[in-house]
Design a binder for this molecule. Structure first.
Ligand code: N01
Length: 540
C-alpha cells in the first residue's frame, strides 16, 4: 500500500488553517482552495484518512455501505470501484489515496504535524497556532475538522501498567500486531469491540470477552461487489447522491417509515421487521417505524424482535441471556448498534469465554491477565475496545484560547455550548466541522462533510465578500441551540442510555445530547441562519 509522502511545509500565514485530514478536512481543503482562499491542512498522522488512518485494528471496516460512503464528486467516483459493500479500513485508505491523487491535495498538507495551541490575537483578528514540533502559523480562520472519535478513552483499571503482555487500544493498533496464536482478552463490546472479537474468534487460541453492556448488534449482510454491477449502478449515482442530500440520515436509501409501529398489525409489523432485517446494515435501526426511537412501546417491539433473531444464533441459553437479555439494557438504537457478520456465532466456540462485568466486575489487571471477582483470565494480548471521549475530547486536547485568554476547556466545563455545532462564543473565526451539537453521530459521514462543509464554505465567502474581519456567535444563540438539543433529548429515547451520544461514557463528563438527530432538518436551521445574514453571529 502506498503512503502519501509529499508532505508540504508549513506556511507562515494563511486565510484558513484546517486541522484534520479525514472526509471533512479534505473536502474543505479542496473547496476553499478552488475559491481562491489560501489554505493549508495539518494532520497529526503521517497519512490522510482521519479516523481510518488511526483505526486499523484487525477487522476494522465501515458500517456504512458504499457508494453512499464516499464523496459525491464525479471525478472521484467515475474511475473508482470497491470490492465489498462494507469496505475494510485498508480499502478505505486506498480510496483516500485516490482522492488525494485526483484532487492534488497533499501539496497543501503538513503530515505528522500536531496542533497543540491556538490563541486568538485580538490585534490582528488572527489565530496564532503552535505545532508540537515548534512550527508556527497565523491564520484568519481556524477550521477544526478533527472528527468525533479522536480522543481514545482508557478506563482507570487498577494495575493496567503492570500487564506484561501487549496491551493496546483499538485506535492505536501497531502495524503488524496479530491476534493469531495468542490468548486474547477484549474489554468492551461497542462497534470496535465487535469487529475485533469476530477476528479474534477466528485467529486466537483463546479469547475472553469482557462485556459490561450487551451491544444490540445488527446483521451487516456483507457481500462482494463486481465491476459490471458498479458500472451499471454508476448511471444512477448522480440521482443517488442528490437523494442522499434530502434525507435525515444522509443515506439515499435510509429513511424512517412514516408510521407508528403501534398502528401496524402484528402481521404487517412482522413482515416489515423481517424485510429490514434481511436488508441488513442500518435498515432495522434508522429505516424502522418513525416512533422506534421515540416511544418506549414501539421501541420494545423492535427490541423483542432483535432479541428473538439474535438468541436463535447462540447455542448456550445462559450465554444467550447475557448477550441478548429478556429485559433490554436500554432502549434499542439509542446506543450505536454495531453491524456484525458472525459475532454471535463466536460465542458458540469452546475457546471463547464471555464475562459479564456487571455480574463479575473487573478488579484489576495483573501481569498475566485480567482478574475479576470470580477468577483470573490469562492473556498475552489485552485489547482495550473502550471507546472515546467522543465529540468534545479532541478539542480539550488542544490549548485553545479565545478572547481574554478564555480556554475552550473552561468555557465548556459544564457542557459544550455552540451555535449550530459550528462555532462558539468567545472564540471568533473558529469553526468546527462534525463538532459537538452538529449531526456528526447520526449522519453518514461523507454526506455531513459535504452538506455542513458547503455551508461553511459559503459562510467564509460571505465574510470575505463583506470585508468582515471577525465573527463569533452570541451567547444567546448558543442558549437557543442548546435548548433545541435538550428538547430533542427529551422528545426521543436518546437520553435513556449511558452512551457517548450523551457524553455519559466518560466518568465526570457533563451529560448532554452531543449530536443533532437529522441532517436535513439541521441544514434547514443552518440555511435559515445564513438567509438572515448569519443571525446569531456578531460580525465586525
Ligand atoms: O466505543 P464504544 P467504540 N469496563 O464507546 C466498554 C464509531 N466506530 O470504539 O457500553 C468495562 O461504543 C463499554 O461498555 P458500556 C461508532 O460510531 C465505527 O466501540 O459503556 N467496559 C463499551 O462496550 C462507534 O459508536 C466503526 O457499558 C467498559 C465499550 O467499552 C464509535 O466509533 C467501528 C469500560 C466502548 O464502546 C465508538 O465505538 C468502530 C469499563 N470501565 C467505531 N469502559 C465502524 O464504522 C468502557 N467500556 C465500523
Amino acid at each position: 500500500m502506498s503512503k502519501t509522502s509529499n508532505t508540504s511545509s508549513l506556511p507562515g500565514e494563511v486565510d484558513v488553517l484546517i486541522v484534520g485530514g479525514g472526509f471533512s478536512g479534505l473536502y474543505q481543503l479542496y473547496q476553499l482552495r478552488k475559491r481562491g482562499f489560501s489554505v493549508h491542512l495539518v494532520d497529526d498522522g503521517d497519512d490522510i484518512g482521519g479516523t481510518w488512518h488511526w483505526n486499523r485494528y484487525p477487522g476494522a471496516r465501515v458500517d456504512s455501505n458504499v457508494p453512499e460512503y464516499e464523496f459525491s464528486m464525479e471525478e472521484l467516483w467515475q474511475d473508482w470501484n470497491w470490492t465489498e459493500r462494507f469496505p475494510s479500513w485498508q480499502e478505505i485508505v486506498e480510496y483516500f489515496h485516490h482522492v488525494d491523487k485526483k484532487l492534488d491535495l497533499s501539496r497543501d498538507i503538513s503530515f505528522a504535524t500536531r496542533l497543540v495551541s491556538a490563541h486568538f490575537n485580538v490585534d490582528s483578528n488572527h489565530w496564532d497556532l503552535g505545532m508540537k514540533d515548534g512550527g508556527k502559523v497565523s491564520c484568519r480562520h481556524l477550521l477544526l475538522c478533527i472528527g468525533g472519535v479522536t480522543k481514545s478513552y482508557i478506563p482507570d483499571f487498577e494495575g493496567l501498567d503492570r500487564f506484561s503482555g501487549v496491551c493496546c487500544h483499538t485506535a492505536h493498533w501497531p502495524d503488524g500486531l496479530e491476534l493469531k496464536d495468542k490468548r486474547v482478552a477484549v474489554i468492551g463490546t461497542g462497534a470496535s469491540g465487535v469487529q475485533v472479537v469476530q477476528e479474534a474468534g477466528r485467529e486466537a487460541t483463546e479469547l475472553t470477552v469482557f462485556q459490561r453492556t450487551p451491544i444490540l448488534a445488527l446483521p451487516m449482510r456483507q457481500h462482494a461487489l463486481d465491476l459490471e454491477t458498479q458500472a451499471r449502478e454508476k448511471l444512477d449515482y448522480p440521482a443517488m447522491f442528490a437523494r442522499r442530500q434530502q434525507t435525515n440520515t444522509g443515506y439515499s436509501h435510509l429513511k424512517a417509515i412514516d408510521k407508528s409501529a403501534l398502528d401496524a398489525s402484528p402481521q404487517e409489523r412482522r413482515a416489515v421487521y423481517e424485510d429490514l432485517w434481511e436488508k441488513g446494515g442500518f435498515h432495522f435501526w434508522v429505516g424502522n417505524y418513525i416512533d422506534t426511537l421515540m416511544d418506549e412501546k414501539a421501541n420494545r417491539l423492535a427490541y423483542d424482535f432483535w432479541r428473538e433473531k439474535t438468541q436463535e444464533r447462540i447455542n448456550d441459553p445462559a450465554l444467550a441471556e447475557i448477550l441478548a437479555p429478556a429485559e433490554p439494557p436500554h432502549p434499542f438504537g439509542v446506543k450505536r448498534p454495531s453491524l456484525e457478520q458472525w459475532y454471535y456465532e463466536v460465542f458458540n466456540q469452546d475457546n471463547v469465554h464471555l464475562v459479564d462485568t456487571k455480574a463479575d466486575p473487573i478488579e484489576e489487571i495483573t501481569a498475566t491477565g485480567v482478574k475479576t471477582r470470580s477468577g483470573h483470565f490469562d492473556a498475552d494480548l489485552l485489547v482495550l475496545a473502550t471507546g472515546f471521549d467522543a465529540l468534545t475530547g479532541g478539542y480539550s486536547d488542544i490549548d485553545i484560547r479565545g478572547l481574554d485568554g478564555l480556554r475552550l476547556s473552561d468555557a465548556w466545563s459544564s457542557g459544550a455550548r455552540t451555535h449550530l455545532g459550528i462555532a462558539t462564543a468567545g472564540f471568533p473565526n473558529m469553526l468546527m466541522m462534525y463538532g459537538p451539537q452538529s449531526p456528526a453521530a447520526f449522519c453518514n459521514g461523507p454526506t455531513c462533510a459535504e452538506r455542513q462543509g458547503d455551508w461553511i464554505v459559503s459562510c467564509l465567502e460571505y465574510m470575505r465578500e463583506h470585508g468582515i474581519a471577525r465573527f463569533e456567535p452570541t451567547a444567546k444563540a448558543e442558549e437557543k441551540w442548546g435548548a433545541v438539543l435538550s428538547e430533542m433529548a427529551n422528545s426521543t429515547l436518546l437520553s435513556k442510555a449511558d452512551s457517548w451520544y450523551m457524553g455519559a461514557n466518560i466518568p465526570g463528563k457533563p451529560r448532554q445530547l452531543l449530536s443533532f438527530f437529522g441532517v436535513s432538518d439541521y441544514m434547514e436551521y443552518c440555511h435559515e441562519v445564513a438567509r438572515a445574514g448569519y443571525s446569531g453571529f456578531v460580525l465586525s
